[in-house]
Ligand binder design. Sequence first.
Ligand SMILES: [Zn+2]
Length: 447
Amino acid sequence: MIRLTPMDQWIAEKIEAPDGKLTREHLEAYQLEKLRDTMALVRAKSRFYREKLADFSAESLQSLEDLQKLPFTTPDDIKNDSLGFLCTSQDDIHRIVTQESSGTTGAPKRIFFTVEDQELTTEFFQRDLPGVSESGDHYLILLPSERPGSVAGLFMESARRNGVRTLAHGLIRDPRETLAVMEREGIDSLLGIPVQVLALATFEAPGERQFHTNIKNIILNTDYLPKALVRRLQDKWNCRVFNHYAMTEMGMAGGVECEAFDGLHLREADLLFEIVDPLTGMPMPDGEEGEVVFTTLTRNGMPLIRYRTGDISRFIPEPCPCGTVLKRLQPIQKRLNGAVKLTGGGSLHMAMLDEALFAVEGLINFQAQVRAEGDKDRLDLKVHVAPWAEDQVEEAVRQALHGVPELELGAKRGDLTLGYVEVDRSSKLWPPVKRVIRELRDEVRSR
Ligand SMILES: [Zn+2]
């Protein structure tokens, strides 16, 4: 029997659902009310929205569909004028997350949270955690936790409220050291970044046991999680792996999976999600793929209206085995800007490479680069593998690439070559940076 997530119960309480039973009707009435409140707040307090939404009023929102009349907010809007979004004085801001742009130019993106905004996240973790862990479980926190109000800090506070123990560790640099900590401290659960946790699971060769580790549950905080990577973690520890769909702009938590592991159950009391056509901005029919857009319903410091995430996904219209009425989002597999157009047609997404390469035994991480070579594309890779990985790993990587239809087709047609595969066997992990396919072409360089 698949249980509802504790989030369902929490949302029912939060929106004061009659008889504590969540219905779509009641949830959507609540969302509309909160949407109007947010609209009134930003039009009164935010310099950016006062101008942007000058032609709209809170009263003009008669139904959730009316949201579609409002303009989108983009990451560039935030980069250009972060402070313009503020609805409180800067003194009330408790936490600022600064995200540097990936390009060489451009201002960083700053996201502001008040104490109340952060409590929303803590409460979300607090209410969600009993669905994953029991009192007495012991988490190793593999995220930076020095800064007050970090995701790690909020999670640790929510764990404390649940009687779940935590140990702050920070990012993994050397898997051997981290595994020693896990053994010594009796760690049975992990919160971390996917490729970092994979490095732990891959440190020992198959069948070899240097450390006594027994992991029950892993929570991975990420925008997107390759299935092949999850399988490797499950193979190692026979554990449950939960995907927390998280983006700073969402207040670090957007949705969770239930025990059916079939779609992200969305945090609909705090966030209103839409799927839109990335080109026209029109809503996509239920079940069809498009860009994920969300509106914050309960944030005070820096509310966001119709924020474009750049993530591509779809709502899953079929009912979930757990019986939830919350909307479910297909786990993110694609990013709008994450694809590289191939000369011979079609595009290559990071997710395609991830699913192929994370299935390779011993592989921990990789970097991919597409460059123009004459009138062809060339794909080069640098792979980080466990020290025990055999020399055949390079061949296994090449084999795996042939399993990607876009690459195989390009190679057959002769407009794509697989270039070098550089193998790194060092024990130190690569710094966790956003994983994208680098594109080196003349037209890109001259832009
Ligand atoms: Zn479910």
